[in-house]
Design a protein around this ligand. Structure first.
Ligand code: ATP
Length: 502
C-alpha cells in the first residue's frame, strides 16, 4: 500500500499534475501546486460537482464569498473558541501529533486485520461465502471489529469530555511514535487551527483577521441577501466552492490534508422539523454522485457519527478507500439553526425567513454537504492509476480517469512528421478544440506516444496516417481497451462527445 501511495505521488509530479509548492526553496510543508494537467482535472471535478448542484437543481444557487470575513464571524461560528486540534508531543523525539489521528490509525490497523480475515474466507468459500454472516459469527473478526468500535467510541467520548482520557487511551493501547517507536507522551493540548492575518497598515488601526477555515460561513452570512434577491423559497440551497485554510499539524498525506485547500460546500435551508428528511435525502444523493464516477462501489462507506459536534443533531461522513485506508472524503451534517442563530446574536440582525405557506417567520434549519476538492482529486487520481500487464507480457501505466474528468480528451498524432500528416492533424485540432481540450504530439514512435497519453489519462488517441490522405479516415484508439477503430474525421466529435460529456 505504501508503494502504491509513493507511485501516486511520483506519477502526479512526473506527469504534471501536482508539484510541491515553492519547490526551488525545498517546498513548504503540506502546501501543493496544481500543474498543467492537475489544474484541468481539478477544474473538471469542480465543474462536475457544480453542475450536479447548481445547474441540475432549480432551488440551489451559487455564491462566491470572499476569503476574508469580518472577524466576528469566527466568534459567532465557534471557531475562535473551539476550532482546535488535540495535540500530543512525544517527549523523546519532540515530534508533534494529533492525538485523535494516532488512535484512529491504530483502530484502522485492527480493521485491516478483520478485512484480511474476510478476504481469506472469501477466497476459500467462493460463491458460498456470506459476508454478513461471517462478520457476526467468526470469533476473530468479531473480536477485531468490536475492539475497533470500542476504541473509536472511547476516543469520541474523550474528545468531547476529557482530552486526558485520549492520552490514557494512547498509553493503554501502547501506541508508539510512528517514526521513532517511542511511547513517552506528553499531555494532550488544544491548538487552534485558524491562520491569523492583519487588515490595514498602521499598527494601531490594524484589525486582526483570519483566513477562512471553511467556506460555509460565507454562505450563512449571505443567507438573507440570497433569499431576498433570488426570491428563494425554503427549502433551498446555496452552493460554493473555494479556498479554505487550516494550520494542520498532522499533514503528511500528500493532498489529503493540506494547509491551503479547496472545499465544495452546499448549505440547504429547510423548515425546522424537516431536517431529518433532508439529511437522509442528501446522504443518499451525495453517495449517488460519488458512485456515478464509477470508481467502484466497494471503495465507499458511510461513517455515522455517534458523538456530535455542538451544532449538529446528525452527522455522517462518506469515507473513501484511499491508498492509506478508508478516510473521510465528505461530511453531511444536520447543523440545526445553530449558525444562523449565532449570527443573529452576534450581529443584532434578524436572519429569518417568512414562510408564506405556514404564514410564519422562522430561522431555517440547515443540512450541509461538504466535500474537499483536493481529497476528491486524490480519490479519483489514486484509484485510476493502474499498472497493467498486457497479453504480450509487457506492462503499461494507465490513468483510467473517468472520461468526463480527464484533463485532455483526445490527442492527435500524425504517424510520421511528413507527407502532410502534421497539417491534417492540426486541422483536426482546429476543429475539435472549440469543444474539448485536445493535444498534439509528433515526437517518438506512435506506440510510445500512446503510452504517454495513457499515463496522462487521455481517453482517446487519434492517429493520422497515409490512408487519411486518401479517404479522410483516422484511427481512434480507446485508452482502457486499447481497441482501435477506423472512423471518418467527421465522426470524431460525436464519438468523443458521447464519452466525455457531463
Ligand atoms: P478531518 O477530520 O479529516 O480533519 P474535518 O472533519 O475537519 O476533516 P470538515 O471540517 O468537515 O473536515 O471539512 C469538510 C471537508 O473538507 C472534509 O470532508 C475534507 O474533504 C475537506 N478537508 C478538511 N480539511 C482538509 C485539509 N486540511 N486538506 C484537504 N481537505 C480538507
Amino acid at each position: 500500500q505504501e508503494d502504491i501511495f509513493k507511485n501516486v505521488v511520483s506519477h502526479a509530479k512526473e506527469y504534471g499534475f501536482i508539484f510541491p509548492s515553492s519547490e526551488v526553496y525545498d517546498g513548504l510543508s503540506a502546501v501543493y501546486d496544481y500543474a498543467q494537467n492537475g489544474v484541468e482535472l481539478k477544474k473538471n471535478i469542480r465543474e462536475y460537482w457544480w453542475k450536479s448542484m447548481v445547474q441540475m437543481n432549480e432551488n440551489i444557487v451559487g455564491l462566491d464569498a470572499a476569503i476574508l470575513m469580518h472577524p466576528t464571524t469566527w466568534k459567532a461560528s465557534g471557531h475562535v473558541d473551539a476550532f482546535n486540534d488535540p495535540l500530543i508531543d512525544n517527549k523523546d523525539s519532540k515530534k508533534r501529533y494529533r492525538a485523535d489521528v494516532l488512535v484512529e490509525e491504530f483502530a484502522e490497523k485492527i480493521n485491516q486485520k478483520a478485512q484480511k480475515e474476510i478476504e481469506k474466507a472469501k477466497a476459500r468459500f467462493g460463491d458460498a461465502f456470506n459476508e454478513e454472516e461471517f462478520i457476526t459469527t467468526n470469533a476473530r473478526v468479531v473480536e477485531y471489529l468490536s475492539k475497533r468500535k470500542e476504541i473509536l467510541e472511547r476516543l469520541a467520548k474523550g474528545m468531547t469530555d476529557d482530552l486526558q482520557d485520549v492520552k490514557a487511551l494512547i498509553e493503554e493501547l501502547g501506541i508508539a511514535d510512528p517514526e521513532t517507536g517511542s511511547k513517552n507522551w506528553t499531555d494532550v493540548k488544544q491548538f487552534n487551527l485558524m491562520f491569523g492575518t492583519k487588515l490595514g497598515a498602521s499598527a494601531e488601526s490594524a484589525m486582526d483577521l483570519y483566513l477562512r477555515p471553511e467556506t460555509a460561513q460565507g454562505i450563512f452570512v449571505n443567507f438573507l441577501n440570497v433569499q431576498k434577491s433570488g426570491r428563494m423559497k425554503v427549502p433551498f440551497g446555496i452552493a460554493q466552492t473555494g479556498k479554505a485554510f487550516r494550520n494542520e499539524i498532522v499533514a503528511r498525506q500528500f493532498i489529503f490534508r493540506m494547509r491551503e485547500f479547496e472545499q465544495m460546500e452546499m448549505q440547504f435551508f429547510v423548515r425546522p422539523g424537516e431536517e431529518m428528511k433532508w439529511y437522509h435525502h442528501w446522504k443518499d444523493t451525495r453517495l449517488k454522485w460519488h458512485l456515478s464516477l464509477g470508481l467502484g462501489k466497494e471503495n465507499y462507506r458511510f461513517h455515522d457519527h455517534e458523538k456530535l459536534a455542538h451544532y449538529a443533531n446528525a452527522a455522517a461522513d462518506i469515507e473513501f478507500n484511499f491508498p492509506f485506508g478508508f478516510k473521510e472524503l465528505e461530511g453531511i451534517h444536520s447543523r440545526t439553526d445553530f449558525d444562523l442563530k449565532a449570527h443573529e446574536e452576534y450581529s443584532g440582525r434578524k436572519l429569518q425567513y417568512f414562510d408564506p405557506e405556514l404564514n410564519e417567520n422562522y430561522v431555517p434549519y440547515v443540512v450541509e454537504t461538504s466535500v474537499g476538492l483536493d481529497r476528491m482529486f486524490l480519490a479519483v487520481f489514486a484509484t485510476s492509476l493502474k499498472e497493467e500487464t498486457l497479453e504480450d507480457g509487457s506492462t503499461r501505466t494507465v490513468l483510467e480517469l473517468p472520461a468526463v474528468l480527464a484533463p485532455t480528451k483526445a490527442a492527435v498524432l500524425p504517424l510520421v512528421k511528413k507527407d502532410g500528416l502534421p497539417e491534417i492533424s492540426r486541422k483536426i485540432i482546429e476543429d475539435l478544440k472549440w469543444d474539448f481540450n485536445v493535444a498534439y504530439d509528433e515526437k517518438d514512435a506512435v506506440g510510445r506516444r500512446y503510452r504517454r497519453q495513457d499515463a496522462l489519462g487521455t481517453p482517446f488517441c487519434i492517429t493520422v496516417d497515409h490512408q487519411t490522405l486518401e479517404d479522410e479516415t483516422v484511427t481512434i484508439r480507446h485508452r482502457d481497451t486499447m481497441k482501435q477503430d477506423r472512423v471518418k474525421i467527421t465522426e470524431l466529435r460525436g464519438i468523443i462527445e458521447n464519452e466525455v460529456s457531463m
